[in-house]
Write a protein that binds this ligand. Structure first.
Ligand code: SAH
Length: 418
């Protein structure tokens, strides 16, 4: 399993939540028939009352799954360096917004802000602000404690942010429910294990053509859900299956497409870059929809609302949805990206500075988790959206020798900080 998991909340709490969500879904299915997998996933994850992220959002060691920033501080530090390196390569603009989508417990932003603080002499004249896009009230509370020491306040109704505060390092932080609410401006975007949580549609090829996979109530067993195929083509089958498709089963995440379109438009207009890290493939995999609870794989249709539901990110689809408004880089494997960012050197420094054996073992263990191809090293990928001029001089075609070469993009190439 790509997503490594762990457990929070007793079974009793889990069962209570499952009961309410299942009753809600069963009523809906009986009243209006089967729903798409996307609709099911949206309900199970982000229903305002009973959704998994709304109520539990079990990221971290005591949650249902563990993520790279929760495994090692080095992960976030190297990403912080990536942003500084891109900021320098883009001519050190006087202000930027760091915008994170789905920040979980806030650990990644915390580690990035520590790097910004350590490199404050480099960033000294730059006006930095942090903008977090988070739907879960429970997780935004945890983020506020982590990042501001609990000193965040609800924003007035007329402001686009629903909460704001100041980071422990003195940087203003704002919370939003939707990327569209984040003010325009030069921005560095970050999406770590975000796109995999967005609702997918699933399609199956049959002898009679493509059908959408739907979720229905099982007539034989009370309150049990099952997959069925749409009797005919649905609007989604018309829109999302390419005529040249060769696979027999396809998953599409239109919401990811819409968000990437927005990111690409914003970067094209206002400048910046986006870094996306997630498990995924380049348009080759078929059935990847899965659930996690208590560190274990969990049946996606059982006890909805109590387990994390996820699907691999299709990077080829994200690239397509950027629609040429930005350049794209990757996907590149996590172990290659982190190696290029200098993880080996960082590990050596931390090992040298740590006196006790337990800390050294912990450092080596977390390095192995992030880098080992059998663990997270191969299945997680990095992907970036960058303005075209970051990769090719606008006037290169006419006068190839007139400009000094552009600095390589760190992570996708070796890091060169100048
Ligand atoms: N980036 C974090 C957390 C990943 S879990 C980490 O790597 O540890 C997914 C995150 O996305 C959670 O914070 C969840 O609440 C949030 N999320 C899920 N669906 C969302 C949506 N539609 N809009 C905004 N945030 C969402």
């Amino acid at each position: 399993a790509a997503r490594l998991c762990s457990g929070v909340g007793g079974e009793a709490e889990a069962a209570g939540g499952a009961g309410a969500m299942l009753r809600h879904l069963a009523r809906k299915l009986r009243a209006s028939g089967p729903v798409t997998v996307a609709e099911y996933m949206r309900e199970a994850l982000t229903n305002p009352g009973q959704g998994y992220y709304t109520r539990r959002g079990g990221v971290g060691e005591s949650g249902d799954f563990i993520t790279s920033p929760e495994i090692s501080q080095v992960f976030g530090e190297l990403i912080g360096i990536w942003y500084i390196s891109e900021w320098m390569a883009m001519g050190k603009p006087s202000t930027f917004q760091l915008v994170e989508l789905g920040p979980g417990r806030g650990t990644l932003t915390e580690d990035i802000l520590r790097v910004f603080k350590q490199l404050s002499s480099v960033l000294s004249k730059c006006d930095v602000s942090v903008h977090l896009v988070e739907v879960s009230p429970k997780l935004s509370e945890i983020q506020a404690v982590m990042l501001t020491g609990g000193k965040a306040q609800p924003s007035p109704e007329d402001e686009s942010a629903y909460m704001k505060g100041i980071s422990k390092t003195g940087i203003p932080i704002f919370w939003y429910r939707d990327i569209q609410d984040v003010p325009a401006g030069y921005s560095f975007y970050l999406a770590h294990e975000f796109f995999d949580a967005l609702p997918i549609h699933k399609f199956q090829r049959t002898e009679k053509g493509w059908h959408e996979v739907l979720v229905d109530i099982d007539p034989e067993v009370p309150d049990q859900l099952r997959f069925v195929l749409s009797p005919s083509r649905t609007p989604a089958t018309q829109n999302f299956i390419q005529p040249e498709e060769t696979r027999d089963h396809v998953e599409v995440c239109p919401e990811a497409g819409v968000i990437v379109q927005r990111l690409a438009s914003r970067i094209e207009k206002d400048g910046g870059a986006a870094l996306v890290a997630d498990y995924g493939h380049d348009g080759t995999k078929t059935d990847t929809f899965r659930g996690f609870r208590n560190h274990k794989l969990h049946d996606v249709l059982s006890a909805p609302g109590t387990a994390d539901l996820t699907a691999d990110v299709d990077f080829s689809y994200l690239r397509k949805m950027a629609q040429g408004k930005t350049a794209t880089l990757g996907p590149i494997k996590q172990r290659e990206f982190l190696k290029n960012m200098g993880i080996d050197l960082r590990l050596q420094v931390l090992l040298q500075n740590s006196g006790d054996t337990a800390t050294r073992e912990q450092l080596l263990h977390s390095y192995d988790m992030l880098m080992n191809p059998e663990k997270m090293g191969d299945c997680f990928n990095f992907f970036a959206l960058l303005p075209h001029h970051r990769l090719v001089h606008p006037d290169k075609k006419d006068k190839p020798e007139s400009k000094s070469p552009l600095p390589p993009v760190a992570g996708f190439n070796e890091l060169l900080l100048k």
